[in-house]
Design a protein around this ligand. Structure first.
Ligand code: FAD
Length: 497
């Protein structure tokens, strides 16, 4: 229990395993040895293509060169997500990584916009958002403006398998040891219950002080060995299956993800440099596998290449993400469908959290408790944001949408929706991954019109208010003319791998 951590063993070489290996070795460095065990006979989940902006921090910490990274992972730029048919069929809205308008003290920009709407101005909140404007124009470049109103936050679409391969090279260069082999038994210390040794099929033994379980949905150590438990959230998020299939790339590469709702689930379209990623996420209560496959294949906008990948999942989180000397990272720690591209981020934030709480004189119960508390809050906040997309809908074409609209949602979410509906107010709670601007776009996009706005918005006369909004709109539009197309950007920026 009080032994210092000298050897960290990572189980699994998917995206979770290699992000964990690279980040731990890079940040903690020499005091620890890191060994990663993976089995080619089991393989990885083989999906995961869209990310959110904090991944750029991860890449920076790891010292990755951005153009080399984009070239090696066949990456493209992501400025946000277009949600199609989510509120009603035939309509779409955007969740951009930017923010509408500009930041203001005490009262958010959207209160001014709301008041202007009540006075007859007919604009959308997205008219004041450079990310949205650039996305729809198919344009991108990194913007280094001193003016905070002109910013273009971005993330990437990439092939997560190629990213893991790239991080393997980076990790091995830093001294991470990779062992190929199938783990057959796990040995635990009799007194502490800590995992002591992994025994491979061929008899080799790997001992360690701290184990990172990146073994995917099976949760080899955290669940199969330690029985850490699972909070099942499928009553709020009933989708439990996915099918993924790549298709040929388009002549023009969109700088955003498309998420298209259907009667019993939704479909993603993700543009990469060499192909498009496609998949359908659905509820097995509402579609058979064949129906879902037909839906996916009939709704591709280019020719399918490769075989479909069928995936079963259960939505929820591991009750204890750190148990004894095992920390679950990646799919072994829980799963939320990829609607807001949060899984790879959850890997990153789990390892960052572990680094913040990395044991000094052995593993302390108070660190474990704090790690688990923070992980729970983080998962629940993302869960609420995802439920919002489903719950606030006006679709009447299936039981799926009607049931989701009528279900009881978590109190935390119900309160947030009611507060916004009554007052237009939004508050970021405890480091919520999604800022007010994200909640605003999805709440407005799903059709909630606040009944009130902040009285500070009354401080301007109608003329001054309209003038301010016109000026902001013009400032946001101004950089567009100078931005290259997304394809031109990729072509000139990416170096050859
Ligand atoms: P896996 O990829 O399953 O890797 C498990 C590893 O454990 C493998 O290396 C395997 O060999 C090893 N292993 C298991 N058992 C043993 C054993 N007994 N012995 C030795 N080795 C073993 N995330 C995003 O951020 N954006 C997305 O757009 C996105 N889309 C997704 C779409 C779908 C349908 C799904 C299901 C997930 C998606 N994700 C997405 C999540 C993302 O794919 C995963 O978070 C990520 O790939 C991490 O997987 P992993 O490394 O935890 O597990």
């Amino acid at each position: 229990m009080h032994k210092p951590i000298k050897k960290v063993v990572i189980v699994g070489g998917g995206t979770a395993g290699w992000i964990s290996a690279a980040l731990l070795k890079k940040v903690i460095g020499a005091p620890i040895d890191v060994e990663l065990v993976e089995s080619e006979s089991i393989g990885t989940v083989g999906v995961g293509e869209a990310t959110i902006p904090p991944i750029r921090l991860l890449n920076n910490v790891l010292g990755l060169n951005e153009s080399e990274f984009l070239a090696k992972t066949k990456g493209t730029i992501k400025l946000g997500i277009q949600f199609e048919n989510w509120r009603v069929e035939g309509e779409s809205y955007f969740h951009s990584f930017g923010a509408a308008g500009k930041s203001m003290a005490f009262c958010h920009f959207h209160h001014f916009w709301q008041r202007a709407q009540s006075l007859g101005l007919n604009t959308s909140i997205w008219d004041y958002d450079l990310n949205y404007l650039a996305a729809k124009a198919g344009k991108f470049a990194q913007i280094n403006s001193k003016d905070p109103i002109i910013e273009l936050p971005y993330a990437y679409h990439f092939d997560a398998g190629l990213y893991a391969k790239y991080l393997r090279e980076v990790s091995e260069r830093m001294g991470v040891l990779r062992t190929e082999g199938l783990i057959e038994h796990v040995e635990q210390d009799k007194d502490s219950g800590f995992i002591s040794t992994l025994v491979l099929q061929d008899g080799r033994k790997i001992a360690g002080d701290l184990f990172i379980d990146c073994s995917g949905f099976r949760g080899l150590l955290i669940q199969q060995q330690l029985g850490a438990g699972f909070d099942d959230w499928s009553h709020w998020l009933p989708c439990d299956r996915a099918i993924a299939v790549p298709s040929e790339r388009h002549a023009t590469t969109l700088p955003y993800t498309r998420s298209i709702a259907h009667a019993g689930g939704w479909q993603w379209r993700i543009p990469l440099q060499h192909r498009n990623g496609n998949g359908v996420v659905y509820s097995s209560q509402h579609y058979s596998q064949q129906q879902a496959l037909d839906l996916l294949l009939n709704n591709l906008d280019s020719k399918a290449i490769g075989e479909p990948n069928f995936i079963k999942f259960q939505t929820g989180r591991r009750r204890q993400q750190w148990a004894r000397n095992v920390v679950a990272v990646g799919l072994s720690s829980g799963f939320l469908e990829p609607l807001e591209s949060t899984s790879i981020h959850l890997i990153q934030s789990a390892i960052v959290r572990l680094i913040h709480m990395f044991p000094h004189q052995g593993i302390k119960a108070i660190d474990v408790a704090e790690y688990n508390r923070q992980s729970k809050v983080e998962y629940e906040q993302i869960r609420d944001f995802i439920i919002l997309h489903y719950h606030v809908n006006e679709r009447n074409d299936s039981h799926f949408w009607r049931d989701l609209r009528n279900m009881e949602v978590p109190d935390s979410l119900r309160h947030k929706i009611e507060l916004f509906r009554a007052t237009g107010r939004l508050f970021r709670e405890q480091n919520d991954l999604f800022l007010e601007s994200s909640w605003l776009q999805v709440l407005v996009g799903q059709g909630i019109v606040p009944q009130d706005y902040h009285p500070i918005a009354n401080n301007l006369s109608k003329d001054k208010l309209f003038e301010m909004l016109n000026t902001i709109q013009a400032i946001k539009n101004e950089p567009l003319a100078k931005l290259p197309s997304h394809d031109d950007f990729l072509q000139s920026f990416c170096t050859k791998p």
